[in-house]
Design a protein around this ligand. Sequence first.
Ligand code: CA
Ligand code: CA
Ligand code: CA
Ligand code: CA
Length: 276
Amino acid sequence: MFHIKYIFVFLSAFVYGNVIATERVPHTTIANGLKSISRAWFAEPTERYPHGVLGDAIEAGSLFVELDSGMVLNYRIPDESVFEDLYPRIADIDQNGEEEVWVVRSDRSNGARLEAYVPNDNSLSFLYATEPIGRGFRWLNPVGIADFNGDGNLEVAYVQTPHIGGILKVVALKGSKLVTIAQGTGFSTHSIGSTHLDLAAIADVDNDGAVEIILPNQSHRELVVISLQKNTLVERWRTSTEKIHSQLKIIEVNGRFTLTYRGYNEDQHSVIIPDL
Ligand SMILES: [Ca+2]
Ligand SMILES: [Ca+2]
Ligand SMILES: [Ca+2]
Ligand SMILES: [Ca+2]
């Protein structure tokens, strides 16, 4: 099987052209799926959207998805927009058994929105999008896709404009539309110019079936645990920290949750969340 898959990958690269399929966008990484999607990544670097908040002003013009079968699909976005992102996220928000690929797309008129694409026959199709921010050169950083309110359906959370008064938004699928069901200000999950997007974590910290969001405040010197209760974001706990640089993670050991992160001296720090 390994050899067959390898051959498919080689043929796909040949069909789509070696330059496009293998030209990685700087700082980007490959995402791995669990079900129908094997991998997803960005390609076709472009400088047509000179925002430059993710480490350089080179963004992606194209999304590639490799299916479990080895088939490689491509979605090239129109000239005016880019994928202003460093890696796709693979989830199944509508829980139909088919994974979607979630990416941040931006343009000069409307700034960023979060979009989902799905494999459809021999191509990638656009499926869902959040409302765009509505102003060019405004970015958002995804937090995660999970059941944040405990109703059995999945929602998507992200921080809009993390550099300028970050707004945490939780968005739910209503039919085929993504609708904001809760939001709150005072958060930030990114430093301007950084290639680290990993300043938020999610876990059901109080074990009630609804997933909490853990993220820094605007100064990155506090961590806040947020629950979504009756479509309202409720602060459950807050603690002072070293200024957080990257790699915020949450781990559970015997029912107790510990947050770990890297500070600006690259030291590893950790903090235990008390019983909530
Ligand atoms: Ca870039
Ligand atoms: Ca799906
Ligand atoms: Ca839910
Ligand atoms: Ca919970």
